[in-house]
Design a protein around this ligand. Structure first.
Ligand SMILES: NC(=O)c1ccc[n+]([C@@H]2O[C@H](COP(=O)([O-])OP(=O)(O)OC[C@H]3O[C@@H](n4cnc5c(N)ncnc54)[C@H](O)[C@@H]3O)[C@@H](O)[C@H]2O)c1
Length: 336
């Protein structure tokens, strides 16, 4: 039975704690957060579970085997490195860290202390995203691919819109897309991007668009805003067909809708096929079970720090490319 401590008990930390409290093969034994309100909420939700007011106190407990870290992104590295130094396997919320040098330090510490560092890139564990991702990787859309994803809405405020702590939607939100694109397209090569500030009161860039180019010739076109409302545009196009999300042109039967999260593949002749995984436990449950299996040595980690750093490198290149007005190379190698 793996004993889990949860560090950071806000929105995501509480969700992760609930997931682990229900997962097989582990027990939620502790939580830590400097905020008295968050500690109180956690204690009410999980009566009998130990609560600490700092990550250091939780990490020092010998009867905690592994930790989940869900603190503001700018603090990921310090908290996760402390847990790795205590040789506690870490499931670290995405984005891995705020900067590439912070990611490099985490990778170095995981190696130095020979301890598992898994980054919670939940889309890698999402049955729905995996099923359309397999349409891409199996070649059914042909090659090259353009994945287009544009979202706009009023996002989370507070530290998420602070330049250093959160970095805004081009890091915190779009990192899901960068990581998934890295997974299905391979190595990211360069980016072009542009940004607009819609809310002058925040320090992070709140609205921006970018094209990420991959070595294999495919591209990701992303556009995110957390300071404006807009449509959600989402499709994946290739020379042999395309995938569209939501109902598209074909309305699923009530049974299909109940059974599947759905999207459609349309081939060159216009024939549509419903794709999507049968309803399954959610991505966070799959992710938690994978983390536990990695700790037991039953499988190889699907989302190690050495992969997740590439998504932060894409984010950094996008933030650099905007003001420069020219392409920027994606780089996650240590500078020599
Ligand atoms: N995978 C997902 O779908 C998903 C969704 C939301 C958030 N997240 C990620 O989870 C992380 C946390 O986000 P959130 O939405 O829970 O934010 P939040 O603001 O709701 O919670 C953060 C919590 O961390 C606590 N905290 C701050 N500094 C701390 C420290 N040094 N040690 C311990 N606790 C500390 C705060 O008091 C707060 O309770 C972020 O990295 C975010 O990007 C992931």
């Amino acid at each position: 039975m793996i004993r889990i401590g949860s560090i950071g008990l806000g929105g995501m930390g509480l969700y992760q704690a609930r997931t682990f409290s229900q997962a097989e093969g582990c027990r939620l034994v502790a939580g830590a957060d400097p905020s008295p309100e968050m500690r109180e909420r956690f204690a009410k939700t999980f009566p009998g579970v130990q609560v600490y007011d700092s990550p250091e106190k939780l990490i020092a407990q010998p009867d905690i085997d592994a930790v989940v870290v869900a603190v503001p992104t700018g603090r990921h590295q310090r908290v996760a490195s402390a847990a790795l130094a205590a040789r506690k396997p870490v499931l670290l919320e995405k984005p891995m860290a705020r900067t590439v040098p912070q990611c490099l330090k985490l990778i170095e510490d995981a190696k130095k202390y020979d301890t598992l560092l898994m980054v919670a890139h939940c889309r890698r564990f999402d049955p729905h995203w995996k099923s359309w991702g397999e349409y891409v990787t199996s070649g059914r859309l042909g090659h090259p691919i353009l994945w287009r994803h544009a979202l706009a809405g009023f996002g989370p405020g507070s530290w998420f819109m602070d330049r250093e702590l959160g970095g805004g939607p081009l890091i915190d939100g779009a990192v899901h897309d960068y990581d998934f694109a890295n997974w299905i397209f391979g190595e990211p090569e360069s980016v072009v991007s542009s940004s607009i500030k819609m809310d002058p009161s925040v320090t992070a860039i709140d609205t921006g668009s970018a094209v990420v180019r991959y070595k294999n010739g495919s591209q990701l076109l992303v556009s995110w805003s957390w300071s404006a409302r807009g449509n959600h545009l989402h499709d994946v196009i290739g020379p042999a067909g395309f995938i569209q999300f939501g109902t598209g042109g074909l309305t699923p039967s009530a049974e299909e809708e109940a059974e599947n999260q759905y999207c459609y593949f349309t081939d060159r002749e216009g024939k549509q096929t419903l794709i999507g995984a049968k309803k399954q436990p959610d991505m966070y449950t799959h992710q938690a079970l994978h983390f536990l299996a990695c700790i037991r040595g039953e499988t190889t980690c699907l989302s190690p720090g050495t992969e997740a750093i590439k998504a932060i490198a894409v984010a950094e290149a996008i933030l650099k490319a905007g003001p420069k007005g020219r392409a920027v190379k994606v780089n996650w190698q240590p500078s020599v």
